[in-house]
Every structure is written in structure tokens, then in C-alpha cells.
Design a protein around this ligand. Structure first.
Ligand SMILES: Nc1ncnc2c1ncn2[C@@H]1O[C@H](COP(=O)(O)OP(=O)(O)OP(=O)(O)O)[C@@H](O)[C@H]1O
Ligand SMILES: [Mg+2]
Length: 259
């Protein structure tokens, strides 16, 4: 049985007294321990799908099941790193990362030990006492990731977690995330705008069509693990998957470029 199952899920929103479908008829199964990457044009409903899985939005049609149970309230089994960070401005980096553990009632010394590991992992040691407003966009994203990993949920929903990072740091973070995934065997749904990233990381890549978003294609990535994210583009398996996915994805972009 799949850990996460979307059956015929649609979601609509209202704007200026008009309703419109953001996503239509999403059918998706994610196995326990799977790393699924999701790609699609802006506005196709990728974040909406994560919101539905986290139980912070409800579907207008269809059902979402998590571990065999319907998701009809906040899903506490998942940790969600949203597209916009939710760091608390009045708490330092350390205090933000500690937040989930504080709520769980974990002792201060244990909290600090666990959190230090993840702060170091995301390359922010030395910044423990900084406040979010003193950090760059990419640093804030990394604080959010450390917060999520310290909280240690069963499933990670990551919405463009590395979008604000420069190309080099992005590779380093991808590598670290794969290491953590291997160590912890978590289930991950990872939304990205970057096809290279989707292919490098995923067991499967789901391509969404433009709004109203639906799943256009799901491609299994047959690149052996452990993967070397720094050199993976040189592998023929990578080019093959990339070509197939790009041919599905490119039709979904509507912008015309004129010079
Ligand atoms: N709370 C909301 N109220 C009204 N409209 C919304 C709401 N959330 C999302 N939408 C609309 O639904 C559509 C899908 O939004 P969503 O944020 O899921 O897209 P996305 O694929 O994550 O885009 P991006 O890649 O730019 O992050 C968009 O047209 C968006 O404007
Ligand atoms: Mg989004």
C-alpha cells in the first residue's frame, strides 16, 4: 500500500468573484521511503498539492490518504518546508531550529545537541545567534531546512527548498539531503523548477501540466544510487531521462520570447 495516495483530487480557488480550478484530477501514489520530485510551470498547483498533503487545505473533489487514513485535518506525520519561509523574526537561528523540539518537550541540552548538528549540516555554524532578518534569502531557507530535519518527521514535503541558493551551494545541499535521506529512509516529496535537480534527486519525477495542473507524466529515473550530484549530468542515463522529461515539460510553458 502506498504511504501517500491522491485519488482524483481537484482544488478550486476564488478570485474577483470567479472560481477557477488550480488543479484537476490528480492521481498519485508515493511509496514509503520514496524520493519523488515534482516539476511544472509556475501556477500549475505544485504548492497546492503539498498544502493538501499537509492537510492545511481541503480538496474540492477526490481524496488524499496518508498511511491508509484520510487527510482531513493537519497531517502531523509530515514536515512541510513551505515556499516562503515561516521563521519567527523574534527568535534567533538556534531558537527557530529548536522550535519543533521545544513543542515536543525535549530538554534544552538535547535540543541544542540535535539542532547544532543540523545547523552545521546546512553550513550555518557561527550564525546560531543571528536573527532571520540578518540573513540572506538562501540562508533563511537553510535555517528552515535545519528546523525541519531537527523536528524529524516521517515524511518531508519540500517546496523549492534550494531555489534561492547559488549553483554551487545548491549542489552541496542536494548532496547532503541525499545523505540524510539514505540514513533516515524518509519519504520525500520535493518540488523544484529545475529539471536537472528533479532528475538528479528523484526515484521518479512527476511532470505537471500548466493550470489547471494535472499530472502529465511520471518518469522513473534509473540512475543507480548512491548518486554523485556533482558529476551526474555526464551520465548517459541522466541525459536520457532529461530528454524525455524536457519534451513533456517544454510544451507547458506559455511565455513567448521575442528579442
Ligand atoms: N489561497 C489561494 N487563493 C487563491 N488562489 C490561490 C491560492 N493558492 C494558490 N492559488 C492559485 O492557484 C494556482 C496554483 O497555485 P500554486 O501556488 O499551487 O502554484 P505553483 O505550481 O506552486 O506555482 P509556483 O511554481 O509559482 O510556486 C495559481 O493560479 C495561484 O494563483
Ligand atoms: Mg509553488
Amino acid at each position: 500500500m502506498a504511504l501517500i495516495k491522491f485519488s482524483g483530487v481537484s482544488k478550486q480557488f476564488e478570485r474577483n468573484d470567479e472560481t477557477f480550478w488550480a488543479t484537476r484530477n490528480i492521481n498519485l501514489e508515493v511509496e514509503k521511503g520514496e524520493f519523488l520530485t515534482v516539476i511544472g510551470p509556475s501556477g500549475c498547483g505544485k504548492s497546492t498539492v503539498l498544502n493538501l498533503c499537509a492537510g492545511i487545505m481541503t480538496a474540492d473533489e477526490g481524496a488524499i490518504m496518508y498511511d491508509g487514513k484520510p487527510v482531513n485535518k493537519v497531517n502531523t506525520k509530515v514536515g512541510y518546508m513551505t515556499q516562503k519561509d515561516n521563521l519567527l523574526p523574534w527568535r534567533t537561528v538556534m531558537k527557530n531550529v529548536e522550535l519543533g523540539l521545544e513543542i515536543q518537550g525535549i530538554s534544552r541540552s538535547e535540543r541544542e545537541k540535535r539542532c547544532r548538528r543540523y545547523i552545521e549540516m546546512v553550513g550555518l555554524d557561527g550564525f546560531e545567534k543571528h536573527y532571520p532578518q540578518e540573513l540572506s534569502g538562501g540562508m533563511r531557507k537553510r535555517v528552515s531546512l535545519a528546523q525541519l530535519l531537527a523536528y524529524n518527521p516521517e515524511t518531508l514535503l519540500l517546496d523549492e527548498p534550494f531555489g534561492a541558493l547559488d549553483a554551487q551551494l545548491r549542489l552541496i545541499m542536494q548532496d547532503k539531503l541525499l545523505e540524510i535521506w539514505k540514513e533516515t529512509k524518509k519519504t520525500i516529496i520535493f518540488v523544484t523548477h529545475d529539471l536537472d535537480e528533479a532528475v538528479s534527486l528523484g526515484d521518479r519525477v512527476a511532470v505537471f501540466s500548466k493550470r489547471p495542473g494535472t499530472i502529465k507524466m511520471i518518469e522513473k529515473i534509473n540512475i543507480p544510487r548512491p548518486r554523485d550530484v556533482y558529476n551526474i549530468r555526464l551520465s548517459p542515463d541522466f541525459s536520457k531521462a532529461h530528454t524525455t522529461l524536457w519534451s513533456a515539460l517544454k510544451d507547458e510553458f506559455e511565455l513567448e520570447v521575442s528579442i
